[in-house]
Design a protein around this ligand. Structure first.
Ligand code: OMP
Length: 239
């Protein structure tokens, strides 16, 4: 998993996803299939993207009782995706059950999908955490606590904002994956994201992977936007 860019394929239909992918012929991408696309197209979308040679992060953010998560993960492992996720808020027993399900569903000889936990969504602000969700601890502390629970449960890493990566790396180690959405170019709209950084900042902060959706998928020229992403990651942002 060396390529640090994950493109969020947030489209309502396979047709629209295909139209987008036509801009990247012969290129193997790391694609994130989320609820919008998967709930419409189901496993067929995964089979199609795998046939095209793409790697897949199936982002369904499972959060349920341990047994349900275990059985759901068993099925997802059979799809042969590379990466899946759960909400760390489901607790350690649920995260352990997710791994048990993945191990049980992984075909013989294959590698089980990596499994990561969402800490606090990148659309959550400090204010929302305290005033709406009634969580009194500082946001960064809760992110680190959830990351520690994920690590203790045996997960491979977390989803967080790149802002929290240095703290997580310090406590959970360099091998623990940090997958960071909330990525925007300096001149982009934030939309519904709150804890946002540029690709350049994400690399400086040490993110393992960055998840980029609208800045590429809704760009006038998606190929140019992807190239800009590569350049900024290499440190060529104008400061
Ligand atoms: O798990 C995720 O992928 C995720 C977690 C999170 O905290 N924040 C977050 O934005 N995401 C996903 O990352 C993508 C970000 O998309 P853009 O905001 O368009 O770049 C979306 O598909 C979200 O579902």
């Amino acid at each position: 998993m060396n390529d640090p860019f994950i493109v969020a394929l947030d489209f309502p239909t396979l047709e629209e996803a295909k139209t987008f992918l036509q801009s990247f012929p012969n290129k193997s991408l790391f694609l994130k299939v989320g609820m919008e696309l998967y709930y419409q197209e189901g496993p067929a979308i995964i089979h199609y993207l795998k046939e095209q040679g793409h790697r897949i992060f199936l982002d369904l953010k499972l959060h349920d009782i341990p047994n349900t998560v275990k059985r759901a993960m068993q099925g997802l492992a059979r799809l042969g995706v590379d990466l899946v996720n759960v909400h760390a808020a489901g607790g350690t027993r649920m995260m352990e059950a997710a791994l048990e399900g993945l191990e049980a569903g992984t075909p013989n000889g294959a590698r089980r999908p990596y499994c990561i936990a969402v800490t606090q969504l990148t659309s959550t602000s400090e204010q929302m955490l305290h005033n709406e969700l009634w969580i009194d601890r500082p946001l960064e502390e809760t992110v680190l606590h959830y990351a520690s629970l994920a690590k203790k449960s045996g997960l491979d890493g977390v989803v967080c904002s790149a802002k929290e990566v240095p703290l997580i790396r310090k406590h959970c180690g360099e091998a623990f994956l940090t997958v960071t959405p909330g990525i925007r170019f300096a001149d982009d709209e934030k939309n519904d994201q709150v804890r946002v950084v540029t690709p350049y900042e994400a690399r400086k902060l040490g993110a393992s992977f960055i998840v980029v959706g609208r800045s590429i998928t809704r760009a006038e020229n998606s190929v140019a936007a992807y190239k800009r992403l590569q350049q900024e990651w290499k440190g060529e942002e104008k400061e």
